[in-house]
Write a protein that binds this ligand. Structure first.
Ligand code: MRU
Length: 367
């Protein structure tokens, strides 16, 4: 996607040294466009944990480059085992992390150490290139849904939660890919953006990237979506996901479930966009089998923004003696999902439909 006319991916190799890794530091957006340099696996682990990079597909792509950086420094078996364990422990919910690490390990383990650095860089680059193509295909399939709505001649109003845009992936995004495609095709789309407390990925990241691309959008507080649905202001919900069970249950940013409930009550289609790398074929029950990341209470008790004097400030918004709890994701049961938008097409959120769309993927991965 373009930022002020210049094309960017969300992760790339340094143009000068060709081995260190560049990322857009998402903790600084929308205030500062800061490019960070990652030159070892510890930097990568920190970037994922601190959410300088975030979003399931981008977490996977970044971890892949973390393995490459580790192989460049020390290609031994011990080093490979250690970096896989280190990076796997950074964030628990997004399955793309495990998917990317398993793929890297499979590519590397049988090769002699002397060959591993080159192979790891190639494998990480392939994961990134595939992510771009995959998300573009998600955009193509999702576009058909928006086109169908647009036939009424009215503006299509969408609602999205958190950030599942191009900076949550290598490019294009998942939930936002169909919206970018529709906007680029001249369809009149408008996006209601949930602010997405506690870290405000909607207000700070989705609004930023939609704005850079010129897509009309309006930020709303997380609690406004149901009301807007009751008033007929929303035609369709599209969200991303961090892990989908083989039965179609969907883990996504905390608050997604409530939007799915409100959408169902108001007869509004609720779609989930995902690359197949987000499907966890090993599990069937989202509520019991998906680990939900618990993040620091300080993300709830404080809020960060630009003060009126222009400085970036973090302020406490909760009495100093009150406790807070911060589950980062929730699970939307498959029955509330109108459809899954994948790179191979749109299917029902159900085990038979997923298995029919991805016949090969299912067999080797199933436990
Ligand atoms: O905690 P995050 O910001 O990494 O969570 C990411 C999300 O929940 C996403 O916005 C998303 O829908 C999945 S990634 C495309």
């Amino acid at each position: 996607m373009k930022i002020d006319g210049r094309a960017f991916r969300s992760i790339w190799l340094d143009e000068t040294d060709h081995w260190s890794v560049r990322i857009i530091d998402q903790t600084k957006l929308p205030w500062t466009f800061d490019i960070a340099r990652l030159s070892n696996a510890d930097h990568v682990a920190h970037a994922i944990r601190a959410m300088q990079v975030r979003g399931a597909p981008l977490i996977g792509a970044t971890a892949a480059y973390g393995v490459a950086l580790a192989m460049r420094a020390d290609p031994s078996n011990d080093s490979l085992t250690q970096v896989i364990a280190q990076l796997a422990a950074t964030r628990p919910t997004a399955i793309n992390l495990r998917w990317a690490l398993e793929r890297m390990e499979q590519s590397l383990r049988t090769h002699p150490p002397a060959e591993r650095a080159d192979i790891a860089y190639q494998a990480a680059a392939a994961i990134c290139d595939e992510d771009v193509a995959t998300n573009r295909a998600i955009g193509t399939h999702g576009l058909s849904l928006i086109e169908a709505r647009a036939r009424s001649g009215r503006r299509v109003n969408l609602l999205t939660h958190c950030n599942a845009g191009w900076i949550a992936t290598v490019d294009w995004g998942t939930a936002l890919a169909p919206i970018y495609r529709a906007h680029d095709a001249g369809i009149d789309v408008h996006v209601y953006v949930d602010e997405t407390r506690p870290r405000n990925q909607g207000a700070s990241l989705t609004a930023w990237e939609l704005g850079k691309h010129g897509v009309p959008h309006t930020v709303i507080v997380d609690n406004a979506g149901g009301h807007l649905m009751q008033r007929g202001a929303i035609d369709m919900v599209i969200v991303g996901t961090d892990r989908v069970t083989r039965t179609g249950d969907v883990a996504n940013k905390i608050g997604t479930y409530l939007k799915a409930l409100a959408a169902r009550d108001n007869g509004i289609p609720f779609y989930v966009a995902l690359p197949s790398s987000t499907i966890d074929w090993r599990i069937a029950d989202g509520l019991s089998d998906i680990p939900i990341e618990e993040r620091a209470a300080s993300e709830v008790t404080t809020i960060t923004g630009r003060a009126l004097d222009g400085s970036i400030a973090t302020v406490r918004i909760v009495p100093k003696d009150s406790d807070a709890v911060n589950p980062a994701f929730d699970v939307t049961p498959a029955r509330l999902v109108s459809g899954l938008i994948t790179e191979l097409g749109i299917c029902a959120a159900s085990e038979p439909a997923l298995a029919a769309l991805f016949p090969q993927a299912r067999e080797p991965m199933a436990a």
